[in-house]
Design a protein around this ligand. Structure first.
Ligand code: SAM
Length: 1024
């Protein structure tokens, strides 16, 4: 059991007593005067129990005849109430007041009545605490009584729920085993199962896997039993139009057994506690919260890939409530309508457990609910388990409000994105199809919800890609991709982007879309055309940024600061569309953001306190010409500089385009670094041969396979056997084998000051982009140079020059790089061309009235400009959003000269003289030059190389030369360490057998490079 931990000296306790004493000084005595201090004390305690204090909590009386507003309720993340608080005046006769409250219907289970100097607590129908709290010890005692309380049946139940939660995964595995056993032997079931697969392929997802269908049965069996035994609702399966259909397969599955219970017997042990304690619990909301837990635990523990691709998380109540109340506010303010009004059709297209619809039902006037419920509330869900849960939750809520049981016909088991299809005729069952058709023909006015979001699978071995949808994908590319300045548009594949597209199309001429989603579209470079499109399609856009992007701000913790406990940022978005006649050409855009460092509970409190978007202070956004909404720090003079490259100039058929470089390219994206890079050529050869061999065996196995199976289901996805990419899977599908070719082993620039060998191959590298025409062969490596810059959208602004194929993540992290080569070639290495355009040469020669300027001089000039501190400091915001542009510095030659020196230092860093570091040798250790993991001393003057050797005397200025988020020296320490890739088990070892002191020398050289670079930077002339 959790115990409350609060000391009399805590600032919230002190603040309470200060509030009391200031009251008596002023002679004031009314409940409102000290209750804010008590509320903040309660909030502090509630945090320890993962509860939130909701003030003015509306509570239906047990006979439902009216609603009470209690001063506060302590609720958990499932909206379960754990206790109440009612504040009273000193002058009140407290006991009399309490009696009055109980008479009006106040609950008697765990309620604290607080007068400034006294606390009375009632639990389980009796008074358990009545103390003067002039002494803080008594106050704390009272709070402990309130917070540590658990109702007896509730306590048992909670325990059983906690236990069950841990078992959901085992239970699902048990069910899977039962199903798989029958799939081998039970001919009736084999037939029924195959029919079900076919039905699912035709009506749910053409690529649905066997595993997904098995999971569907597991979800059915799991919920069916819970509904039957925990909810005492045996009719659900009979009445539900989908469950009824699936039951046919289940009947076949259990046909060899005496009864269903007999079939499920092996799993009884998992259910015992939950089913027996359920009998003691009447409160539906407690059981409901249990179901919500099962929802998350099933997917997150057992069906993890589905949880990822479908975004299976429960939406926190404060967010749902805030959105629903905001929608009501917008309807009234902007359209003179209400959620209760006839004709306002509402849909949650990704309904999960039904949270949004439940809150909407609570918002709708009770007299209107029967009509709205029967005709104007809609929702969709693609997974069976949440579909069942929602159906039951919604039907129960209706029963609670009206006292009538009515099946909810507004729910469809359907993939919302399939609804854009005109062709699909059938959706699983006849009834469900009829519902889908009815929904398709309904004019929708309000769309609310929490769409799934993820940016596509990171690892092909996980087999959890986002599904492709012909129609909706086409709409996204016609609208949100068209005209985008970004080159990498992969992020537009995220389902939340499709959801916004779908909803925007679905509302028609007017309406509201209110979603909580990933917030990346607000300022991501990839989303420029999407922002443009949204501002053209809608009349008003309100974005409440809840922050929480851990990758962008590593000081944040997902679990602590993110409202969903995840790593990606979140926003609540209200998109309002008015009829054409009232619609401005460009939407009015409003933005507000919460403090990133607020804990998630503080964010929930904020939403609870604000209640709806009408109470938020909005900042008006004026997008710039490039559709940036958040353009803090962007400088407009940047626009007047010459671009190094643009998307248009790159794709133009013209050679002499208006940019400095004609061609530029991303670095190599291998998507299997651990397999195709290595420090040693012999090791790389072995790894590649092993990989190719395993892959070819897969081709052989696939060619001999006669079963109908998808590639994803077929492949061996053990990451120590092979690392898949979609490209490799396509080649497997074509039954293409691969032959090892040692000439494909090339030296590459993997990270700053870290060369590695790379197997440079179009199949074993996911994307090589234009690198084959930049470094077609080793001859090109000898003469070509590239300037490496962060790709736009990067978080870090750094530059480097190299003479080798660069890796896409050269600066590590999620910062892809682009490179601008001096030369380009054809793929066979012939046809060398200068890549700086004649147009650019003319611009420079004209500007400086100097015909002696050459393209190579410009190349060096640019490199120096990029390194100029005034440049990167002044234009950081611009450089994070677009590729560099160069101004004309007052003195061209000073810059060209400095750039040439920098180029020499960086390209030829291995050829620099070593800085004389002092060797401190450990007498007790054996002479040894092997590196395992180097570290820097605290004062940063020494590198502890290994047990034997420490290199001392590092000058402090070395650390002024930074590339990305590390100094040059930190890059060496970071890259040259022995490490093991967790998934594949592949070990990376930077030690060179034939040159054991290479790393020691490298350190000395990079110290020199850093010092010289800093010297050059410090002596730069003014840039502008
Ligand atoms: C983030 S959850 C919604 C949670 C819900 N608001 C709640 O509080 O319970 C998203 C839900 O959408 C469902 N979903 C995902 N993609 C879908 C699609 N294309 N069509 C319909 N439902 C989908 C998922 O199965 C999941 O239950």
């Amino acid at each position: 059991m959790l115990t409350l931990n609060i000391k009399p000296g805590h600032k919230s306790v002190k603040a309470y007593y200060e509030a009391i004493s200031s009251l008596s000084e002023l002679g004031v005595s009314h409940e409102g005067a000290v209750s804010p201090a008590f509320a903040s004390l309660l909030r502090h305690c509630a945090n320890q129990f993962n509860q939130t204090l909701i003030e003015k909590y509306p509570l239906k009386t047990s006979n439902h005849d009216h609603i009470l507003f209690i001063d506060g309720a302590l609720v958990d993340s499932f909206n379960l109430v754990h206790g109440f608080w009612e504040a009273k005046d000193t002058s009140d006769d407290l006991n009399k007041e309490i009696k009055k409250k109980f008479d009006s219907g106040y609950p008697k289970n765990n309620i604290l009545f607080q007068a400034p100097n006294r606390i009375v607590i009632w639990q389980d129908g009796g008074k358990v605490f009545d103390e003067d709290i002039s002494k803080p010890e008594n106050l704390i005692e009272g709070l402990k009584v309130l917070f540590e309380y658990e109702a007896p049946a509730f306590e048992q139940w909670q325990k059983a729920v906690e236990e069950f939660k841990l078992k959901v995964q085992e239970l699902a595995t048990g069910l899977l085993q039962l199903i798989e056993k029958e799939r081998q032997t039970n001919s009736l079931f084999i037939q029924a199962f195959n029919d079900l697969i076919q039905l699912c392929q035709e009506t749910i997802n053409p690529n649905i896997s066997i595993q997904a269908v098995e999971e569907m049965l597991i979800q059915h069996l799991l919920t069916e039993r819970i509904f039957r035994k925990v909810f005492n609702n045996p009719d659900f399966v009979e009445r539900n139009v989908i469950a009824h259909e699936i039951e046919k397969v289940i009947a076949a599955l259990t046909s060899q057994y005496f009864s269903r219970n007999d079939f499920l017997k092996p799993l009884d042990r998992f259910y015992v506690a939950i089913e027996t304690t359920a009998a003691t619990i009447d409160d539906f909301s407690q059981k409901q919260s249990f179901l919500n837990t099962v929802y998350e635990k099933f997917f997150q523990g057992f069906s993890v890939k589905v949880a990822d691709t479908h975004g299976i998380v429960y939406t926190p109540q404060p967010i749902v409530k805030f959105i629903v109340k905001s929608v009501e506010h917008i309807l009234q303010k902007e359209f003179g309508r209400s959620l209760s009004d006839k004709g306002v059709h509402i849909i949650d297209p990704f309904v999960g457990t039904g949270n949004f619809i439940l809150w909407i039902m609570r918002e709708i006037k009770r007299s209107r609910l029967p009509y709205k419920y029967a005709s104007e509330l809609h929702c969709n869900e693609v997974m069976l388990l949440p579909y069942y849960i929602t159906s039951m939750n919604i039907e129960h809520e209706y029963y609670e409000v009206t006292g009538n049981y009515q099946p909810f016909e507004g729910i469809c088991l359907v993939d919302t994105f399939d609804l854009s299809k005109v062709k699909q005729l059938s959706f699983f069952t006849k009834e469900n199809t009829a519902r889908v058709k009815r929904q398709q023909n309904t004019p929708i006015f309000v769309i609310v919800g929490n769409p799934p979001y993820n940016a596509g699978q990171v690892n092909e071995n996980d087999n959890n890609k986002n599904r492709k949808y012909e129609e909706i994908d086409k709409r996204v590319s016609q609208t949100y991709a068209r005209g985008s300045k970004a080159t990498l548009l992969r992020k537009l594949n995220d389902p939340y982007v499709k959801a916004i597209r779908w909803a925007s199309d679905r509302i028609g001429d007017e309406g509201i879309v209110a979603f909580v989603t990933n917030n990346s579209y607000i300022d991501g470079v990839t989303f420029d055309a999407m922002r443009k499109c949204l501002s053209q399609e809608f009349s008003e856009i309100h974005v409440l940024d809840l922050g929480g992007n851990v990758r962008e701000n590593p000081k944040l913790s997902g679990t602590t600061h993110n409202v969903f406990g995840i790593q990606v940022g979140v926003s609540i978005n209200f998109l309002i569309k008015k009829k054409k006649t009232d619609k401005p050409k460009q939407a009015k855009i409003y933005y507000s953001r919460l403090d990133e460092f607020w804990r998630k509970e503080q964010k929930y409190d904020f939403l609870n306190n604000k209640q709806h978007m009408g109470n938020i202070e909005w900042e008006t956004i004026k997008p710039d010409a490039k559709y940036n909404w958040l353009n803090t720090g962007m400088r407009t003079d940047f626009e007047s500089f010459i671009p190094l490259g643009t998307k248009e100039s790159k794709t133009s058929k013209e050679i002499n385009v208006e940019a400095i470089f004609k061609l530029f390219s991303l670095g190599v994206a291998t998507n299997r670094d651990e397999w195709v890079y290595d420090f040693r050529k012999d090791k790389l050869e072995k790894k590649i041969e092993h990989l190719i061999n395993n892959y070819n065996l897969e081709v052989f196995r696939f060619s001999s396979n006669t079963e109908p199976v998808t590639i994803d289901d077929f492949v061996n996805d053990d990451p120590s056997y092979i690392k898949w990419t979609d490209r490799l899977k396509i080649s497997l599908q074509k039954r293409q084998t691969i032959t090892f070719d040692s000439s494909k082993i090339r030296l590459s620039m993997y990270r700053p000051f870290c060369k590695q060998v790379l197997y440079f191959d179009h199949l074993l590298n996911q994307r090589r982009y234009r690198q084959p025409v930049i470094f077609p062969d080793t001859l090109a490596e000898a003469e070509n140079h590239i300037i490496i810059v962060p790709s736009f959208g990067s978080k870090q602004v750094s530059f480097f020059m190299a003479q080798l194929i660069p890796d896409l993540n050269f600066f590590a992290g999620s910062t892809p790089i682009q490179c601008f080569p001096f030369y380009t070639y054809s793929k066979d290495g012939n046809n060398r061309q200068e890549n700086i355009t004649d147009w650019a040469l003319a611009q420079f020669q004209d500007h400086y009235h100097d015909n002696s300027i050459s393209k190579l001089d410009i190349f060096h000039y640019i490199y120096a400009v990029l390194y100029h501190p005034q440049y990167s400091e002044k234009y950081t915001a611009n450089l994070k959003r677009e590729l560099p542009r160069t101004p004309f510095a007052p003195d061209f030659w000073e810059f060209a000269k400095a750039g040439k020196q920098l180029a020499g230092l960086h390209v030829n860093y291995e050829g620099q003289t070593e800085y004389p570091l002092t060797w401190l040798e450990n007498k007790d250790a054996k002479v040894n030059y092997r590196v395992d993991r180097m570290t820097l001393s605290k004062d940063k003057t020494q590198i502890i190389y290994n047990d034997f050797l420490t290199l001392a005397g590092i000058p402090p200025e070395v650390f002024e030369y930074r590339l990305g988020n590390r100094s040059a020296l930190d890059w060496i320490i970071d890259q040259y360490q022995v490490s093991t890739d967790k998934r594949s088990g592949i070990v990376k070892d930077p030690n060179k057998l034939d040159d054991p002191q290479y790393i020691i020398r490298l350190i000395g050289k990079v110290v020199t490079v850093s010092l010289e670079t800093v010297k050059i930077i410090n002596s730069f002339p003014e840039l502008q």
